[in-house]
Write a protein that binds this ligand. Sequence first.
Ligand code: SF4
Length: 213
Amino acid sequence: MDKNSDFIVEKRIERTIEALKKNKMNGYLVQDEKELIEKIEEIVNEGSSVAVGGSMTLFETGIIDYLRSGKYTFFDRYKEGLTKEEIKEVFRKSFSADAYFGSSNAVTEDGELYNVDGNGNRVAAMLYGPDKVIVVVGFNKIVKDLEAAIERNREMSAPANAKRLNKATPCVKVGYCMDCSSDDRICSEYTLIRKQFDKNRIHVIIVNKSLGY
Ligand code: SF4
């Protein structure tokens, strides 16, 4: 990016962090993965129990490997060889984790988190359960408002995830949401986090790069 487009993104991030604060959530800007880990270490104490929601961003930024490093008690849904029942057990245990990590399908400049899930385990834990929720996003997830968040999900997040998961849904063919009635549909629970009671619960860390979808 050149200096002028950097400036536009910087201002967008500033507005978003300010709006999150008004909604009793914390927003931070970090430049890279090193700063991301430093920020996480400020927020989540060593020895805490941690869990994750499905997220490409957490893989791309190396956070999954970091959580496996032994610093935390990691309820690891991605551990090799887990049965379906064991994964379900991890999902349920995740509600009692000290900190829950994930990304967001969109973050609005009004300071809201918009997410669509298929299974619901991720959005459920974001809404209630873990004492802290750490949301890691690239600047590409920031959108103007709720309308743009819904559009972003229909035009990018949901079709890209359906493609990643090899679903037999129409969006995988045309590249945008067709509000299908396919048995393979991955869009079930639509959530908007607009405000928190506890201002120390949700922490949105914006990494100054494009990540995930
Ligand atoms: S509702 Fe169906 S078509 Fe739309 S994004 Fe979800 S899976 Fe794809």
